[in-house]
Design a protein around this ligand. Structure first.
Ligand code: PLP
Length: 402
């Protein structure tokens, strides 16, 4: 085995026994490339069908983002732990995010990752309500730290780490009857407006409204996890716009940093004040809201807005659905904007499809709680022509061979 791959297996901590092992040399737009070889001087090209799991919404190597990163790195990088200094990229980005959200979501607390955003949101809800019960949903994924695992809705990945946070309760997503289990004891309800890792499950009509109503009735805070759906993926800048439901706290990450690591939880100034005093320093983070990450995120957000990428995600997703959905091996396509699960009906078929996709130069993935469907969530910059080429390739090189 070639030396770099050997070192990868020996010195880079592994998270599964079957890593993809594709060496990345460079990336641009919807493509990334392996290093060149004598037989293929350009390096094998892959179409990124998953955007690093809903991160690279503005495409790889987006010049606006690269320029913002370089400029900010030249000005200054880390100065002081989060929350002490007035750092222009952080302030400008927080203001830009707030300007896109409904009132009273105006205070942005920057952190490093999605899991940390969820941790911060759960802590904030406990502080504000003085309650302890946390409600979440089966087949939900919210991150891999102890707190976020405590609200994960599946036992497979969680069992080995018990005991986790006490006083948690899991409801069935899209089950109206279960909402009665949210009570005056409940501090908060954490929900993905569109469940991602369950294999793309959009909400039933009225479900999020009913959830909002129940939370308001009993005084529980409603937390939306838009870590995967945010920044245009669902066909609106945020899924909360699509479903016209305003949470009390919103968690963001992934595409938030435009390709750099960044997370945030957003709330009203009144609720956010809970972290400030008695005791102060309710959430502490050294690198949260790193100026380079905020500069990258702001450039990416501006790019999404200027190029209308959020609105275009819906017709682009619909085109994928139309071009693949009628293939006889496809059982169904579940979709929200440009986040699709192509359901093949069995894990054997799915694993064969994954191998064929890789061979054909397509990077896809399945879902943590659904190993019968593959994911299509390419950079939002993908063009109609590229979608037509992708679908023709996938039909010919993958679906026809299953
Ligand atoms: N929430 C959702 C909906 C996610 O999809 C993820 C990651 O896949 C997370 C939270 C965790 O984010 P991170 O991996 O940045 O901790």
């Amino acid at each position: 085995m070639e030396i770099l791959r050997k070192q990868f297996l020996q010195h880079v901590g592994q998270t599964s026994d079957s890593p993809l092992m594709i060496e990345v040399a460079r990336a641009e737009g919807i493509y990334f490339y392996e290093p060149g070889t004598a037989a293929c001087p350009e390096g094998k090209r892959y179409v990124d069908l998953i955007s690093g799991v809903s991160v690279s919404n503005v495409g790889h190597g987006n010049p606006a983002v690269v320029e913002a990163v370089c400029a900010q790195a030249r000005d200054y990088m880390h100065i002081m732990v989060y929350g002490e200094m007035v750092e222009r990229p952080q302030v400008k980005y927080a203001a830009a995010i707030a300007s896109l959200l409904p009132a009273p979501l105006e205070s942005v607390y920057f952190v490093n990752s999605g899991a940390e955003a969820v941790e911060g949101a759960l802590k904030l809800a406990k502080r504000y309500t003085h309650r302890t019960e946390i409600v979440s949903f089966l087949n939900a994924y919210h991150g891999s730290t102890h707190g976020s695992m405590s609200v994960m809705g599946g036992e497979t990945f969680v069992g080995a780490y018990r005991p986790l946070l006490p006083d948690t309760r899991k409801l069935h997503y899209n089950c109206f009857d279960d909402l009665a289990q949210i009570t005056e004891r409940t501090a908060c309800v954490l929900v993905e407006p569109v469940q991602g890792e369950s294999g793309v499950r959009p909400p039933l009509p009225g479900f999020l409204d009913a959830l909002r109503q129940r939370c308001s009735e009993v005084g529980a805070l409603l937390i939306f996890d838009e870590i995967q759906t945010g920044f245009g993926r669902s066909g609106a800048m945020f899924a909360l716009e699509r479903y016209r439901v305003t949470p009390d706290i919103l968690c963001l990450a992934k595409a938030l940093g435009g390709g750099m690591p960044l997370g945030a939880f957003v709330s009203s100034n009144e609720i956010m004040a809970g972290l400030q005093s008695d005791p102060p320093l309710g959430h502490i983070t050294t690198f949260g809201g790193h100026p380079v990450c905020c500069a990258a995120g702001l450039a990416a957000l501006n790019y999404i807005t200027e190029h209308n990428l959020a609105a275009e995600a819906e017709p682009k997703g619909a085109l994928f659905e139309a071009l693949l959905g009628d293939h006889p091996t496809v059982v169904e396509i579940r979709r929200s904007g440009l986040l699709l699960a192509v359901e093949l009906g069995s894990s054997e078929r799915l694993f064969r499809a994954m191998a064929l996709l890789k061979e054909a130069g397509y990077l896809s993935d399945w879902f943590l709680f659904c190993d019968t469907a593959f994911r299509i969530s390419p950079p939002l910059v993908i063009t109609e022509e590229q979608i037509r080429t992708c679908c023709a390739d996938i039909r010919r090189e993958v679906l026809d061979k299953l």
